[in-house]
Structures are given as structure tokens and as C-alpha cells.
Design a protein around this ligand. Structure first.
Ligand code: XMP
Length: 329
């Protein structure tokens, strides 16, 4: 019969069978549950013939690339290259306001950077006679992504995922390898625990591909990214400290392009506004805003305004979906 314990050895055997003993596999990792679990399975199956690539697009959470590298390389032993492409992404995002344009720029730039890195890996493999060519692309596709009618992340996420895969497959002539394609999200989390992936990662809220670019409502600059990263870090830290993280489906801060008047000591301040968002949902198609205990919001507000220079006002988003979306953009 089917069980989590038998799934892993069976899947590892299947991967070894299809990859042969020289074939190389590449795959993008994000620090999310799906790509981390998929990467760990690949590593268990074929070791360093699996090459994980993480693209730092400059709009990730605070120190995310560093944290993911530590987890995947040091804790899990995965063969990972982190590509810092933040300058390229931020340069292309300059002066772009339209949310769909932001998504397109980030999606296309991602493919470009990923392909360039894959080409480097391919070159290095050619120089080594014990290694074959890159033949496979790992995707952390889940069952709900396969049957498009039940999309886990929502329509925009699905469109983006397919967009990425399509581009990579067409240009690089790779075959798809999808170890999670028969699994639901809760099964992937259970698998992650069995594989020794840290608990805080296994239970992590989803994070959109376009990252903080769709949570900064004004111009996306390094300075604005930094402000939002610092505020979001405090917000999530306090949610965890209050023991509420697992009751919330997704929580994040957004940075509004307006300034408000405040006071600090004897001086008047004129600084930006943070909007906090937290929702509970089954499928992200509809969502309720999360009701926090007041003292938790109080602590979060006081910490962000005290610790993040440039923010002097905090609001809490009390909009459900519909009519709101989860993200602001
Ligand atoms: P919305 O804002 O559409 O979000 O209610 C529903 C879920 O989808 C995520 N989301 C995205 N994920 N690329 C992604 O990978 C995107 O462009 C994107 N837009 C929204 C959002 O974070 C939420 O979990």
C-alpha cells in the first residue's frame, strides 16, 4: 500500500532509474517547502549530479539567500549555487509601477539568469568525463498544480509557474522530473519532516515569485526593499513569538507609497506607512483577515516604529478576499 515511508525509497529508485548513471539534473530552489523537499529527494537519489540554483532577485525576504544556502548546503548537503542577480532585477524594475509588468519582468529575468547559470554548469560538466550532459529539469510541481482546477497558490501563481517551465523546457530541451506531482501540500510537509528538513521551513507560509516587488506599492528601490524587509522580519518574528504562526495561512507587511506625520522626541517626523496583512484560508481563492489579540498588534507596532527608521505609522488590513486579494498588487 501507499505510505510516506515507502514513497521516499520508491521515488529515489525511480529517479535513479530514469537518470542513469551520468545524467545531470538542474532545478531552481526558492527556500519554499516544495522546492526544498524536491531538492532533498534529488540529492538523496543522485547526490551532486543534481545542481540546485537559487536566484537572488533582490526582492526576497531579509537575508533569505544566506539562510537558504545555510539550510540546503550545510544542513541538507545539497549541491547549490546562489546567483546574486539583484542589481539586474532592481535595475529593470526601476520606475515600473504596473503589477503585471513587475511580474513579467521578474519572470523573464528569472528565466534569463537561470539559463545563464545552467549554461555555466553545462560547460563545467563537459570538462569532466565522468559527467554526462544536463538532461533533466527538476520541478516541485504538486498534484493541485497538475490538475489545474484545484490550484493551491491561486491563478496568478499557476500562470507564472507554467510560464517559467515552458520557457526553460523550450530553450534548453530538458525533460521534466517532478517527484511531488502526486502529492498534496500536507503530504509534502510530512515528507519534508521525514527527510529532516527544519520544522520552521516545513510549515512556512507561501511567498510569491515576484516577492517584495508586489508588496512595495511605490518605486522598487534598494532602500524601499530594505525598509520592508526589516518591518516584515519583525512582524513574522512577533507572530512566531506569540505562537500564532501556524494559525495563519499567510502573513506579511506591505510598504505604502505615502508619508504621514509623526512625532519623535521634540521633533516632527514625516515618514512612510506599513500595512500589515494576515489571512486564514483553505485554498487562497477566498480568505478571511486574521483577528489578532490586541496586545500582539501593539507589540508589533511599537517594535516596527521604534526599530525601523523611515516608518512612523502602522496600519492593519481588515479586508477579506473577495473583494480584496491577499497581496496588495
Ligand atoms: P492573491 O493576491 O491573488 O494571492 O489573492 C493568492 C496567493 O497567490 C500568491 N501570489 C503569487 N504567487 N506569483 C506567485 O508565485 C505571483 O505572481 C503571485 N501573486 C499572488 C499570494 O502570495 C497568495 O498566496
Amino acid at each position: 500500500g501507499w505510505s510516506m515511508e515507502t514513497f521516499i525509497p520508491k521515488e529515489i529508485a525511480r529517479i535513479r532509474e530514469i537518470c542513469g548513471d551520468k545524467g545531470q539534473v538542474i532545478g531552481a530552489v526558492s527556500g519554499g517547502v516544495d522546492s526544498s523537499v524536491a531538492a532533498k529527494i534529488m540529492h538523496e537519489a543522485i547526490g551532486d549530479r543534481f545542481h540546485a540554483i537559487m536566484v537572488d532577485n533582490g526582492v526576497l525576504r531579509l537575508d533569505e539567500a544566506k539562510k537558504v544556502k545555510k539550510m540546503l548546503v550545510e544542513d541538507l548537503g545539497v549541491n547549490l549555487t546562489v546567483v546574486d542577480a539583484s542589481d539586474l532585477f532592481l535595475d529593470r524594475l526601476k520606475d515600473v509601477e504596473d503589477p503585471e509588468k513587475k511580474r513579467k519582468i521578474i519572470g523573464n529575468t528569472f528565466i534569463e539568469v537561470f539559463e545563464a547559470e545552467a549554461a555555466k554548469i553545462e560547460e563545467a560538466c563537459k570538462a569532466d568525463t565522468t559527467k554526462g550532459p544536463i538532461e533533466w529539469l527538476l520541478q516541485g510541481t504538486l498534484y493541485p498544480d497538475v490538475i489545474e482546477s484545484i490550484s493551491f497558490k491561486g491563478p496568478s501563481a499557476t500562470i507564472k509557474t507554467h510560464h517559467n517551465v515552458g520557457g526553460l523546457l523550450d530553450n534548453m530541451k530538458l525533460k521534466l522530473i517532478e517527484p511531488l506531482r502526486e502529492l498534496f501540500k500536507d503530504e509534502v510537509r510530512a515528507l519534508g519532516r521525514l527527510l529532516g528538513i527544519p520544522a520552521h521551513l516545513v510549515g512556512r507560509h507561501p511567498f510569491p515569485g515576484p516577492g517584495l516587488a508586489i508588496r512595495i506599492l511605490g518605486p522598487v528601490t534598494r532602500e524601499q526593499v530594505k525598509l520592508l524587509q526589516l518591518a516584515d522580519e519583525i512582524y513574522i518574528e512577533e507572530i512566531r513569538a506569540a505562537g500564532l504562526y501556524d494559525q495563519i495561512s499567510q502573513a506579511f507587511a506591505a510598504l505604502l507609497p505615502v508619508k504621514a506625520v509623526g512625532v519623535m522626541g521634540d521633533a516632527r517626523t514625516y515618514e512612510q506607512v506599513i500595512a500589515l496583512r494576515a489571512v486564514s484560508t483553505e485554498d487562497f481563492m477566498t480568505a478571511d483577515w486574521f483577528v489578532f489579540p490586541p496586545q500582539v498588534l501593539k507589540k508589533i507596532s511599537s517594535r516596527i516604529t521604534n526599530e525601523v527608521r523611515g516608518i512612523n505609522r502602522i496600519t492593519y488590513d481588515i479586508t477579506s478576499k473577495p473583494p480584496g486579494t491577499v497581496e496588495w498588487l
